[in-house]
Design a protein around this ligand. Structure first.
Ligand code: ADP
Ligand code: MG
Length: 245
Protein backbone atom coordinates (compact mmCIF):
# COMPACT_ATOMS: atom_id res chain seq x y z
CA UNK A 1 0.00 0.00 0.00
CA UNK A 2 1.37 3.35 -0.97
CA UNK A 3 0.76 6.47 1.05
CA UNK A 4 -0.02 9.86 -0.40
CA UNK A 5 2.78 12.41 -0.09
CA UNK A 6 1.07 15.29 -1.87
CA UNK A 7 -2.41 15.60 -3.31
CA UNK A 8 -3.56 18.32 -5.67
CA UNK A 9 -7.23 19.20 -5.86
CA UNK A 10 -8.42 21.36 -8.71
CA UNK A 11 -5.36 23.62 -8.61
CA UNK A 12 -5.55 26.71 -10.79
CA UNK A 13 -3.12 29.56 -11.30
CA UNK A 14 -3.87 32.82 -13.04
CA UNK A 15 -1.51 35.62 -13.98
CA UNK A 16 -3.89 38.53 -14.57
CA UNK A 17 -6.35 37.10 -17.14
CA UNK A 18 -4.04 34.33 -18.27
CA UNK A 19 -5.05 30.99 -16.74
CA UNK A 20 -1.80 29.02 -16.70
CA UNK A 21 -3.01 26.04 -14.63
CA UNK A 22 -6.53 24.96 -15.47
CA UNK A 23 -7.57 22.63 -12.70
CA UNK A 24 -4.85 20.14 -11.84
CA UNK A 25 -5.81 17.00 -9.93
CA UNK A 26 -3.30 14.36 -8.96
CA UNK A 27 -1.41 12.47 -6.33
CA UNK A 28 2.28 12.02 -5.58
CA UNK A 29 2.84 8.78 -3.68
CA UNK A 30 5.40 8.42 -0.89
CA UNK A 31 8.63 6.83 -2.03
CA UNK A 32 7.80 7.29 -5.69
CA UNK A 33 9.14 9.40 -8.51
CA UNK A 34 6.76 11.49 -10.57
CA UNK A 35 8.12 13.10 -13.71
CA UNK A 36 6.34 15.96 -15.42
CA UNK A 37 6.97 16.35 -19.14
CA UNK A 38 5.43 18.57 -21.77
CA UNK A 39 6.10 21.43 -24.15
CA UNK A 40 7.70 24.67 -23.06
CA UNK A 41 5.10 27.05 -21.63
CA UNK A 42 2.67 24.28 -20.67
CA UNK A 43 2.82 25.25 -16.97
CA UNK A 44 5.28 22.73 -15.52
CA UNK A 45 7.36 25.23 -13.54
CA UNK A 46 4.24 27.09 -12.44
CA UNK A 47 2.83 23.82 -11.12
CA UNK A 48 5.99 23.04 -9.11
CA UNK A 49 5.97 26.54 -7.65
CA UNK A 50 2.30 26.24 -6.77
CA UNK A 51 2.93 22.87 -5.11
CA UNK A 52 5.71 24.13 -2.87
CA UNK A 53 4.03 27.49 -2.30
CA UNK A 54 6.86 29.52 -3.81
CA UNK A 55 3.96 31.05 -5.68
CA UNK A 56 0.75 29.56 -4.34
CA UNK A 57 -2.23 28.64 -6.53
CA UNK A 58 -5.09 31.02 -7.34
CA UNK A 59 -7.56 28.35 -6.23
CA UNK A 60 -7.61 24.70 -5.26
CA UNK A 61 -5.87 22.69 -2.58
CA UNK A 62 -2.38 21.30 -2.08
CA UNK A 63 -2.58 18.66 0.63
CA UNK A 64 0.72 17.80 2.31
CA UNK A 65 0.93 15.88 5.59
CA UNK A 66 -2.83 16.18 5.99
CA UNK A 67 -2.83 19.97 5.69
CA UNK A 68 -3.96 22.21 2.88
CA UNK A 69 -0.83 24.29 2.28
CA UNK A 70 -2.84 27.02 0.59
CA UNK A 71 -4.55 27.67 3.93
CA UNK A 72 -1.59 27.06 6.25
CA UNK A 73 -0.58 29.87 8.59
CA UNK A 74 2.80 31.52 8.09
CA UNK A 75 4.31 29.59 10.98
CA UNK A 76 2.85 26.26 9.84
CA UNK A 77 4.14 26.96 6.36
CA UNK A 78 7.64 27.77 7.61
CA UNK A 79 7.66 24.40 9.31
CA UNK A 80 6.07 22.45 6.41
CA UNK A 81 8.09 24.30 3.79
CA UNK A 82 11.31 22.90 5.25
CA UNK A 83 10.11 19.44 4.28
CA UNK A 84 9.74 20.31 0.60
CA UNK A 85 13.10 20.77 -1.12
CA UNK A 86 13.70 22.33 -4.50
CA UNK A 87 16.54 22.05 -7.00
CA UNK A 88 16.56 24.65 -9.76
CA UNK A 89 17.83 24.65 -13.32
CA UNK A 90 20.23 27.46 -12.45
CA UNK A 91 21.63 25.93 -9.20
CA UNK A 92 21.16 29.16 -7.16
CA UNK A 93 24.24 28.55 -5.02
CA UNK A 94 25.56 31.44 -2.94
CA UNK A 95 28.70 32.54 -4.83
CA UNK A 96 30.39 34.14 -1.82
CA UNK A 97 30.16 30.98 0.29
CA UNK A 98 32.14 27.77 0.01
CA UNK A 99 30.53 24.51 -1.01
CA UNK A 100 30.41 23.40 2.63
CA UNK A 101 28.86 26.70 3.75
CA UNK A 102 26.26 26.47 1.00
CA UNK A 103 25.16 23.12 2.41
CA UNK A 104 25.29 24.07 6.10
CA UNK A 105 23.58 27.47 5.89
CA UNK A 106 20.02 26.14 5.94
CA UNK A 107 20.49 23.52 8.69
CA UNK A 108 22.30 26.08 10.89
CA UNK A 109 19.82 28.92 10.40
CA UNK A 110 16.56 27.04 10.08
CA UNK A 111 17.17 23.82 12.00
CA UNK A 112 19.49 25.54 14.51
CA UNK A 113 22.18 22.88 14.21
CA UNK A 114 25.57 23.68 15.74
CA UNK A 115 28.27 24.41 13.20
CA UNK A 116 30.00 21.19 14.13
CA UNK A 117 26.86 19.07 13.67
CA UNK A 118 25.93 20.89 10.45
CA UNK A 119 29.43 20.41 9.03
CA UNK A 120 29.45 16.75 9.91
CA UNK A 121 26.07 16.11 8.26
CA UNK A 122 26.97 18.27 5.25
CA UNK A 123 30.08 16.21 4.60
CA UNK A 124 27.93 13.07 4.50
CA UNK A 125 25.62 14.61 1.90
CA UNK A 126 28.58 15.91 -0.10
CA UNK A 127 30.01 12.39 -0.08
CA UNK A 128 26.69 11.07 -1.29
CA UNK A 129 26.84 13.32 -4.37
CA UNK A 130 30.58 12.81 -4.86
CA UNK A 131 31.57 16.36 -3.93
CA UNK A 132 33.26 15.94 -0.53
CA UNK A 133 36.68 16.79 -1.97
CA UNK A 134 35.37 20.21 -3.04
CA UNK A 135 33.99 21.20 0.37
CA UNK A 136 36.24 24.26 0.62
CA UNK A 137 35.93 25.33 -3.02
CA UNK A 138 33.80 28.26 -4.16
CA UNK A 139 30.94 27.65 -6.62
CA UNK A 140 32.59 29.67 -9.41
CA UNK A 141 35.45 27.17 -9.59
CA UNK A 142 33.05 24.26 -10.27
CA UNK A 143 31.56 22.86 -13.47
CA UNK A 144 27.79 23.04 -13.93
CA UNK A 145 27.42 19.38 -13.06
CA UNK A 146 29.41 19.85 -9.87
CA UNK A 147 27.35 22.92 -8.93
CA UNK A 148 24.15 20.99 -9.42
CA UNK A 149 25.40 18.11 -7.29
CA UNK A 150 26.19 20.61 -4.52
CA UNK A 151 22.70 22.09 -4.92
CA UNK A 152 21.27 18.59 -4.45
CA UNK A 153 23.40 18.05 -1.33
CA UNK A 154 22.17 21.40 -0.01
CA UNK A 155 18.55 20.35 -0.55
CA UNK A 156 19.16 16.94 1.08
CA UNK A 157 20.75 18.57 4.13
CA UNK A 158 17.31 19.91 5.05
CA UNK A 159 16.06 16.29 5.14
CA UNK A 160 13.08 16.93 2.88
CA UNK A 161 10.13 14.56 2.68
CA UNK A 162 9.73 15.49 -0.97
CA UNK A 163 12.30 16.89 -3.37
CA UNK A 164 11.30 18.87 -6.47
CA UNK A 165 13.55 19.32 -9.48
CA UNK A 166 12.84 21.89 -12.18
CA UNK A 167 14.82 20.86 -15.26
CA UNK A 168 17.93 20.04 -13.21
CA UNK A 169 20.10 19.29 -16.25
CA UNK A 170 18.87 21.88 -18.76
CA UNK A 171 21.62 24.39 -18.00
CA UNK A 172 24.42 21.83 -18.17
CA UNK A 173 26.94 21.05 -20.85
CA UNK A 174 26.09 17.64 -22.34
CA UNK A 175 29.10 15.98 -20.74
CA UNK A 176 27.85 17.01 -17.27
CA UNK A 177 24.30 15.70 -17.58
CA UNK A 178 25.06 12.07 -16.75
CA UNK A 179 26.69 12.68 -13.37
CA UNK A 180 23.65 14.65 -12.13
CA UNK A 181 21.15 12.10 -13.43
CA UNK A 182 23.16 9.38 -11.69
CA UNK A 183 22.77 11.16 -8.35
CA UNK A 184 19.02 11.55 -8.88
CA UNK A 185 18.73 7.88 -9.86
CA UNK A 186 20.50 6.92 -6.64
CA UNK A 187 18.02 8.98 -4.61
CA UNK A 188 15.19 7.23 -6.43
CA UNK A 189 16.71 3.85 -5.54
CA UNK A 190 16.72 4.99 -1.91
CA UNK A 191 13.00 5.74 -2.24
CA UNK A 192 13.13 9.49 -1.75
CA UNK A 193 9.85 11.01 -2.95
CA UNK A 194 10.60 13.22 -5.94
CA UNK A 195 8.81 15.33 -8.51
CA UNK A 196 10.99 15.97 -11.55
CA UNK A 197 10.30 18.32 -14.44
CA UNK A 198 12.60 17.17 -17.20
CA UNK A 199 13.30 17.11 -20.93
CA UNK A 200 15.47 14.02 -20.54
CA UNK A 201 12.93 11.53 -21.85
CA UNK A 202 15.07 8.42 -21.56
CA UNK A 203 15.88 9.32 -17.98
CA UNK A 204 12.22 10.02 -17.18
CA UNK A 205 11.33 6.64 -18.62
CA UNK A 206 13.91 4.88 -16.49
CA UNK A 207 13.59 6.69 -13.16
CA UNK A 208 9.85 7.37 -12.88
CA UNK A 209 7.03 5.42 -11.34
CA UNK A 210 4.55 7.74 -12.95
CA UNK A 211 4.54 10.43 -15.61
CA UNK A 212 2.29 13.41 -16.16
CA UNK A 213 2.19 14.79 -19.66
CA UNK A 214 1.17 18.44 -19.43
CA UNK A 215 -0.03 20.68 -22.21
CA UNK A 216 -1.73 24.04 -22.05
CA UNK A 217 -2.13 24.09 -18.26
CA UNK A 218 -3.62 20.64 -17.91
CA UNK A 219 -2.50 17.09 -17.25
CA UNK A 220 -3.40 15.60 -20.60
CA UNK A 221 -2.31 12.10 -19.69
CA UNK A 222 -1.07 10.28 -16.60
CA UNK A 223 0.46 6.84 -16.77
CA UNK A 224 3.39 4.63 -15.92
CA UNK A 225 6.41 5.34 -18.16
CA UNK A 226 6.11 2.18 -20.27
CA UNK A 227 2.52 2.89 -21.21
CA UNK A 228 2.92 6.62 -21.66
CA UNK A 229 5.92 6.38 -23.98
CA UNK A 230 5.06 3.17 -25.82
CA UNK A 231 1.29 3.43 -26.02
CA UNK A 232 0.17 7.02 -25.49
CA UNK A 233 -3.60 7.37 -25.50
CA UNK A 234 -4.03 11.03 -26.35
CA UNK A 235 -3.19 12.64 -29.70
CA UNK A 236 -1.33 15.47 -27.97
CA UNK A 237 0.84 12.99 -26.08
CA UNK A 238 1.60 11.01 -29.23
CA UNK A 239 2.56 14.16 -31.08
CA UNK A 240 4.87 15.35 -28.27
CA UNK A 241 6.56 12.01 -27.88
CA UNK A 242 7.18 11.67 -31.61
CA UNK A 243 8.89 15.04 -31.53
CA UNK A 244 11.14 14.46 -28.54
CA UNK A 245 12.13 10.81 -28.75
P1 ADP B 1 6.93 25.54 -18.46
O1 ADP B 1 7.71 25.41 -17.19
O2 ADP B 1 6.10 24.34 -18.78
O3 ADP B 1 7.79 25.91 -19.62
P2 ADP B 1 5.80 27.84 -17.16
O4 ADP B 1 5.11 27.30 -15.97
O5 ADP B 1 7.11 28.49 -16.95
O6 ADP B 1 5.88 26.73 -18.29
O7 ADP B 1 4.87 28.92 -17.85
C1 ADP B 1 3.54 28.65 -18.25
C2 ADP B 1 2.89 29.94 -18.74
O8 ADP B 1 2.75 30.85 -17.66
C3 ADP B 1 3.69 30.67 -19.81
O9 ADP B 1 2.79 31.19 -20.76
C4 ADP B 1 4.35 31.78 -19.03
O10 ADP B 1 4.56 32.89 -19.84
C5 ADP B 1 3.33 32.08 -17.96
N1 ADP B 1 3.95 32.61 -16.71
C6 ADP B 1 4.78 31.92 -15.90
N2 ADP B 1 5.16 32.68 -14.84
C7 ADP B 1 4.55 33.87 -15.00
C8 ADP B 1 4.52 35.09 -14.23
N3 ADP B 1 5.21 35.19 -13.09
N4 ADP B 1 3.77 36.10 -14.71
C9 ADP B 1 3.06 35.97 -15.86
N5 ADP B 1 3.03 34.87 -16.62
C10 ADP B 1 3.76 33.82 -16.21
MG1 MG C 1 9.74 25.56 -16.83
Amino acid sequence: MTKTAIELKNVTKKFKDHEVLKGINGVVEEGQVLSIIGPSGSGKSTLLRAMNQLSGPTSGEVIFEGQDLTKASKSDMAHLGEKIGMVFQSFNLFPNHTVLENVTLGPRRVKKLSTEQANQEAMEYLKQVGMADKANAYPNSLSGGQKQRVAIARALAMKPKVLFFDEPTSALDPENVGEVLKVIQKLADEQLTMVIVTHEMNFAKKVSDKIWFMADGQIVEENDPESLFNAPKEEKTKHFIEQVL
